[in-house]
Design a protein around this ligand. Structure first.
Ligand code: PLP
Length: 427
């Protein structure tokens, strides 16, 4: 594939942008090679600067669940933009968004809009601390909650990809207030809760992990977290930045039937524009300013273009719940197709799947936490990644990221992907 334009752009980008990118995983560091500069996207396809076409399995890391440049979403943004792009004052759109979220998601009484998933998680933790008067939080190894200081301890996503264990710039005090346990290991959680009894403000968890590949929760694990949080008066935060509105209209809370105290959103909720949100039980949310003293604000929070893109996306999802079963069916189809072709190769692999999230790990062991995700053969993954890319299949450039299906993908796209995988796995 001719990618001369991306090469040129990458050279130019590195002169003025650190590493040539505005988010680390985009740089292809771990898989090697030149990141593709994207020019446009439509439906399930991405087109790079040279005009090459790729079937997209990143969906902008989740938001583009309906496929790219969805006609209704684009039209709504265009119409709204003519009324100016920001006012710094309340709009009816923000109410509409809050009503949609609280209507679609169980157990969310009040919701506040922010501009990214990072902001949502950071604010939810601050709120939990303010509400409980405690300082420590407990997170899971390999889980990613954005790049705020307290989360950058044993984190997934780009930190796992770049093998960054400790982050320069994070103070020891902050790091000490972040406790970590292996995902799906409840005894480890119990031990920490006992040891730091009365000190833990919140347990924050990706209910279905997606930042170390896709790693679903073990049976009973989230229920146990719910119980211990009730017993110890710890705020249970579901980070649904990835799973929210992707696994079901009500996200993992609905899909798994478990109540969180606070929930964070991002990605799908913005329909491709920068949006995040956090919400939950009224009793806790009422501690946010101006009702309470936990301060949280944003110049562009609830931005009208971001709201209309998100509202339009959520409405389509709400009015067409079959999208979820279609997506799940497509993911299942891809799973069995990949299984079929990988089985024929003499190499260990594990495929994890939940809803429209799926990942292939080149490891023979079940992948259920960060440790088992880490023993995947990354050299093999990198060859697979480039083998796929060469055939026009755009996978996340890291063994530690989930693939996200979008509903514009056709069976033909999936068949093409499976065929390409047969080739890429044999190389
Ligand atoms: C992407 C992600 C975040 C961070 O969201 P940004 O919008 O990138 O700041 C937080 N939590 C999870 C689970 C995510 O997948």
């Amino acid at each position: 594939m001719e990618i001369s334009k991306s090469r040129e752009l990458f050279e130019r980008a590195q002169k003025t942008i650190p590493g040539g990118v505005n988010s680390p995983v985009r740089a292809f560091r771990s898989v090697g090679g030149t990141p593709l500069f994207i020019n446009k996207a439509r439906g399930s396809y991405l087109y790079d600067a040279n005009g090459n076409k790729y079937i997209d399995y990143i969906a902008s890391w989740g938001p583009m669940i309906l496929g790219h440049a969805h006609e209704q979403v684009i039209k709504a943004i265009q119409e709204r933009a003519t009324l100016s792009t920001s006012y710094g004052a309340p709009t009816e759109l923000e109410i509409e968004m809050a009503e949609l979220i609280t209507g679609m998601v169980p157990h969310v009484d009040l919701v506040r809009m922010v501009n990214s998933g990072t902001e949502a998680c950071m604010s939810a933790v601050r709120l939990a601390r303010g509400f409980t008067g405690r300082n420590k939080i407990l997170k899971f190894e390999g889980h990613y909650h954005g790049h705020a200081d307290s989360f950058l301890v044993k984190a997934g996503s780009g930190l796992a990809t770049l093998e960054i264990q400790t982050v320069p710039g994070i103070t020891a005090g902050v790091a000490q207030d972040t406790l970590t346990a292996p995902f799906n290991n409840f005894p480890a959680v119990e031990e920490l809760v006992k040891k730091y009894s009365g000190e833990i403000a919140a347990i924050i968890v990706e209910p279905v992990a997606g930042n170390m590949g896709c790693v679903p929760p073990s049976a009973g694990f989230l229920e146990s977290l719910r119980n211990i949080c009730d017993q110890e008066k710890i705020v249970l935060i579901f980070d649904e930045v990835m799973t929210g509105f992707r696994l079901a209209p009500g996200g993992a809370q609905e899909k798994l039937g478990i109540r969180a105290d606070l929930v964070t959103y991002g990605k799908v909720i913005g329909g491709g524009l920068p949006v995040g949100a956090f919400g939950g039980r009224r009793e806790i949310m009422e501690h946010i300013a101006p009702l309470g003293k936990v301060y949280q604000a944003g110049t562009l929070s609830g931005n009208p273009l971001a709201m209309i893109a998100g509202i339009t996306t959520l409405k389509i999802l709400k009015e067409n719940p079959s999208i979820y079963s279609e997506l799940e069916e497509k993911t299942r189809y891809l799973h069995s197709g990949l299984d079929e072709v990988l089985k024929k190769q003499d190499l260990p692999y594990t495929i994890n799947r939940f809803g429209s999230m799926i990942s292939v790990h080149f490891s023979g062991r079940p992948v259920k936490d960060f440790e088992s995700a880490s023993i995947t053969d990354t050299a093999r993954f990198n060859r697979f990644f480039h083998g796929m890319l060469e055939q026009g299949i755009y996978l996340p450039p890291s063994a530690f990221e989930s693939w996200f299906l979008n509903n514009a993908l056709s069976i033909r796209d999936l068949d093409e992907t499976i065929e390409a995988a047969a080739q890429a796995a044999s190389s």
